[in-house]
Design a protein around this ligand. Structure first.
Ligand code: UD1
Length: 418
């Protein structure tokens, strides 16, 4: 998986452009299956998870090609319904293929999906959607098989808890189902809105976009589409917080400021300043000095769980005591153990992390254990004196297209060794 070597201890100063969103691109790629034609995704991030999804689509008979950051997918000759066990296990978003394969082929066989090890990550809500829409779902060990009697049927589904993936799978299953599907208590994450707009551009009939209640009227045929993947809010948040950790000044073009208001609010509490001008987020973090006493992760529009470990890295640089509570994924505080190797004072118990900031951070050898945790280690390493070597750096590339090049453009000293 390779290593990232970072020489830290200086403020970030520079400009970077924010890449297309991983969590928006992946369900759009899954949605391509629903259409017997071509979709073109512009601004598609060239990251490991997108390549994994591309490989799975190809294995099902899709044709794909890249031109720079445009990914073209044609599912005209799609034939398969079975996803290779290793491919499914390599990426959580493989579960998204269930909704679209059921919608297109009426059948899917897949291993329980993988992804970052940040908690149990059940998929009961996803399977509940398919069952409610008339599919038979069988679980044999780690294999899942779902079948329709020809098509899915629209119905009313009220999610007991808010789930991004289950909402997206419900949408994908409903687009070509017979009749109307009502999805209630949907998650509000922006990637769901982006998926709906993408599907609308393909001819899907979706009402209530951006609310907790979606109404989807099934259609028979979709059309070719070109669509630009919106920028990645978590990448924007990561680079903003890298500036905060190093007291830098950075300009981030294409940062989706409306989608990162909770991240900006916490940044302001630390003493960070920012303005949005001409499509650019201009952040001055030289005044970051106030510990944020308490932050808890929440569903959108609350503070995102994907930024939790990155926030932990920043708080280590600010004198005082702070607490972070992880409400979404029960096993997502383990980056604390690696941050401690850099000198971070963190105590964790259950879903809480208590941080004593302001102690000096010093470079050391650490291991990335998941995607966002790996990015958090890079942020801490930029703030630490001396050299940090981050092992398993490949984890970070699942979601960041060129974190080394971007942080270098922002004035960091960072090298990637394969
Ligand atoms: C998505 C994001 C991930 C982000 C997360 C929360 C993608 C590819 N991934 O993950 O980056 O961290 O949203 O914002 O978009 N749950 C169940 N049963 C289910 C499904 C979920 O109990 O069937 C629980 C989960 O364990 C978790 C909570 O619901 O506690 C929210 O998870 P969910 O929103 O589904 O996250 P993902 O879609 O997996």
């Amino acid at each position: 998986m390779g290593e990232m070597i970072i020489e830290g201890g200086r403020p970030l100063l520079g400009c970077a452009r924010i890449q297309g969103s991983k969590n928006a691109a992946l369900p759009m790629m899954a949605a391509a299956i629903l259409h017997e034609g071509e979709v073109a995704l512009h601004n598609c991030p060239r990251i490991a998870d997108v390549f994994s999804m591309e490989r799975i689509l190809q294995s099902l008979g899709a044709e794909t090609c890249w031109e720079d950051h445009t990914l073209r997918i044609s599912c005209r000759n799609l034939r398969g319904y079975e996803i290779d066990r290793e491919d499914a296990a390599s990426m959580r978003s493989s579960v998204m293929l269930m909704g679209s394969l059921l919608g297109r082929q009426g059948r899917v066989r897949i291993a329980h999906p993988g992804g970052c090890t940040i908690g149990a990550r059940p998929i009961d809500l996803h399977l509940g959607v398919f069952r409610a829409m008339g599919a038979v779902v069988e679980e044999q060990g780690e294999m899942l098989e779902a079948r329709t009697g020809g098509e899915l049927f629209g119905t009313r589904i009220c999610f007991p808890i808010s789930s991004v993936g289950a909402t997206e799978n419900g949408i994908l299953a409903a687009v070509k189902a017979r009749g109307t599907t009502l999805l209630e208590n949907c998650a509000l994450e922006p990637e769901i809105t982006h998926l709906c707009h993408f599907l609308q551009a393909m001819g899907a009939e979706i009402g209530g976009i951006g609310t907790r209640k979606l109404r989807i009227r099934g259609v028979r045929i979709l059309r070719d589409v070109r669509f630009a993947v919106p920028p990645d809010r978590i990448v924007a948040g990561t680079y903003l917080y890298a500036a905060a950790a190093t007291r830098g000044k950075v300009t981030l073009s294409d940062a989706p400021v409306e989608e990162i208001s909770s991240i900006l609010r916490v940044y302001e509490k630390m003493g960070g300043q920012w303005e949005y001008n001409g499509g650019k987020l201009i952040a001055d973090a030289s005044g970051v000095e106030r510990m944020v006493k308490y932050t808890r992760t929440q569903c959108y529009p609350g503070f995102p769980t994907d930024m939790q470990s990155v926030l932990m890295a920043v708080l280590l640089t600010i004198p005082g005591k702070g607490r972070i509570r992880e409400e979404i994924f029960e096993d997502r505080l383990k980056t604390a153990g690696e941050l401690k190797k850099l000198g971070g004072q963190i105590h964790t118990a259950g879903r809480d992390a208590w941080i004593t900031g302001g102690e000096p951070l010093t470079g050391a050898r650490v291991e990335a254990r998941d995607l966002r945790g790996g990015a958090a280690l890079a942020v801490a390493a930029l703030a630490a004196s001396g050299t940090t070597v981050i092992g398993n750096a490949g984890f970070v590339e699942r979601g960041y297209e060129a974190i080394d090049a971007d942080l270098t453009a922002l004035g960091g000293r960072i090298r990637r060794i394969p």
